[in-house]
Write a protein that binds this ligand. Sequence first.
Ligand SMILES: O=C(O)CCC(=O)C(=O)O
Length: 214
Amino acid sequence: MTLTTEQVKQFQDEGYLILEDFVDDATVESLKSECHRLIEEMNPADHNTVFSTLEMKRTSDDYFMTSGDKIRYFFEDGAKDEKGNLKVNKHLAINKIGHALHVLSEPFKKVTFSPEIQGVAKSLGLEDPVVCQSMYIFKQPGIGGEVIPHQDSTFLYTKPQKLVGLWLALEDATLENGCLWFIPGSHKRGILGEWRMVRNPDKTEGAFTNYIHW
Ligand SMILES: O=C(O)CCC(=O)C(=O)O
């Protein structure tokens, strides 16, 4: 897969590019069934973290912060009762699985390092790209917290900023079912919010120890 000059220009100007039918049906099915298998084998009692972009504390706990080289499970806000028991089927309670699927799961590894993705990276002029994390995100019906506007580069911060995100829509993403929203061109405006995440294992900076004020 090689991008056209127009596609590269659109990505540079607007900060996004949509590639229809980027992966074939068999690949989509392999990712979905791998995810189903992972959840089948997962015991919810072993994974007690809720993912939330609203409450910083929740994403600053150890389960989240040490998930970079593991496959871990994050539940939707409201999926468990006060005793920690699931209120819905576990397949409908998960917000995301992350963050090393591309290393530890064969179907995810295969698609992540596929010729198609390598071709896109080359076309965009990425030199020596590194895949630092991967996740499977769900948009569950009738449950879950709001994902507030944010920039992923405030969580995966580099100097200079050069994070590129790649989203594979495994189902049609629509206005009704929780599609990704973005502001075209916002990638040229730097960090827009007032906070970014830093690793702070000493916990010296107050309650939300993994965040710093800008
Ligand atoms: O759940 C979402 O829709 C987005 C989450 C996200 O941006 C992230 O985890 O990096």
